[in-house]
Design a protein around this ligand. Structure first.
Ligand code: FES
Length: 128
């Protein structure tokens, strides 16, 4: 059943925003003037996707940079190791980062859910 989530002018072109609808966390994305609704939680380790970046139809997770196609929910790529830059890092801390990076690289990235969207006047309606 479609429910009104927000108004069309709330989602800027190229932007995204998180909402909770009927107990589900979703992100509305404005790609090329069309609104898409996807799960808010990353298919890798549940990071809040609205904190990532949206370039065209590709949403990149803020935590480990897995990428998703917002039109289908398909996981396009998995996590990438965090760039620690060139600053010297104490050896113990470096070992810890390497350990965490090894573990997170073994966690599968699943597709994210998508939801049907329709726009009626200025209202964005989503079927969750
Ligand atoms: S939580 Fe999104 S890529 Fe790891």
């Amino acid at each position: 059943m479609f429910v009104e989530v927000t108004k069309l002018d709330e989602i800027a072109p190229g932007g995204m925003k998180a909402y909770e609808v009927n107990g589900k966390e979703i992100v509305l994305c404005n790609y090329d003037g069309k609104i898409y609704a996807v799960s808010r939680r990353c298919g890798h380790m549940n990071s809040p996707l609205e904190m990532g970046t949206l370039e065209g139809y590709i949403l990149t997770c803020p935590l480990h940079s897995s990428q998703f196609d917002i039109t289908t929910g398909e996981a396009l790529s998995g996590p990438v190791p965090t760039d620690l830059g060139n600053e010297p890092i104490p050896e113990n801390l470096m070992r810890y980062f390497q350990y965490v990076s090894t573990i997170q690289s073994k966690i599968k990235t699943y597709n994210i859910e998508t939801y049907p969207v329709k726009v009626e006047g200025n209202s964005i309606m989503v079927d969750v």
